[in-house]
Design a protein around this ligand. Structure first.
Ligand code: 0O2
Length: 228
């Protein structure tokens, strides 16, 4: 099995080939996630995924990140050191869905989980929360198989709301936001976490109440096979 960028030990010098591989990887993983979501709906009558977004990192962002890491802008460096060229974001309803999704992804035989970063249990200093999985997926070409990296970010709607706005605000300050803004953003992250916790417990209470209702209905029904 080859890793994108190391075909037969030589660097792939074509940007288009690399982007084709990452796009194929996004399609493969995207389809997998849709099937998992559909299966969950089929078995449990419930969708853990609210929506999925995918993107290929822009050349400007790749070059910026390579520079930040101290590497030259070459195709080999890009493939070896930038893990999120192909990125998929899964936005779930509740925090419990995040871990459910992560477990389902981890059990897929043809995906290799390279690393996991749990920024929900260990949020970033910025307040950022999300569950990151770096996986590789084999891309079957006509003459070879190429393992290709995809970064999967799993978060709730509330976490996604915070991260999207924080990204926009920080972008404006190019990372040098005044202290009070960083502090306010961290406070907002706390509020978002409280909202997630509240929604989760509300959902659990609703599920319990519905189960109790169903139980009562069963008790009131005449028993099956009973003779009159
Ligand atoms: P963009 O514009 O979203 O692509 P590694 O991948 O291990 O070499 P890195 O990149 O620090 O190291 O990995 P990490 O921590 O998993 O973060 C990768 C991505 O997570 C970022 O990509 C963001 O999408 C998101 N992220 C991480 N920290 C923050 C944060 O504090 N705020 C927000 N809003 N998003 C964050 P990029 O390339 O930085 O940006």
């Amino acid at each position: 099995m080859e890793l994108a960028g190391q075909v037969n030990g030589e660097g792939i010098d074509s940007w288009n080939t690399i982007i084709f591989l990452y796009n194929s990887a996004l399609k493969e993983v995207g389809t997998k996630l849709e099937i998992l979501n559909d299966e969950f709906q089929h078995v449990h009558q419930y969708n853990p995924i609210e929506y999925i977004k995918s993107r290929i990192k822009s050349p400007e962002s790749i070059v910026k990140k390579l520079k930040r890491y101290g590497y030259e802008s070459t195709i080999d460096n890009m493939v070896n050191y930038i893990n999120d060229i192909a990125g998929i974001r899964i936005v779930c309803s509740f925090t419990s869905d995040i871990y459910r999704m992560a477990e389902m992804i981890g059990k897929q035989n043809d995906l290799t989980v390279v690393s996991v970063k749990d920024y929900i249990k260990n949020p970033k200093a910025s307040g950022y929360k999300s569950y990151h999985m770096l996986v590789t997926v084999p891309i079957f070409l006509s003459d070879r198989v190429v393992d290709t990296k995809v970064e999967i970010q799993i978060r709730t709607i509330a976490m996604d709301f915070w991260a999207s706005l924080e990204h926009k605000i920080y972008y404006k300050f190019e990372g040098n936001a005044p202290d009070y803004i960083s502090r306010d953003l961290r406070d907002c992250a706390e509020i978002v976490s409280m909202l997630d916790a509240k929604m989760l417990s509300l959902n659990e209470a609703i599920l319990e109440a519905r189960a109790a209702q169903r139980h009562d209905m069963w008790k009131q029904m005449p028993s099956v096979g009973a003779t009159t």
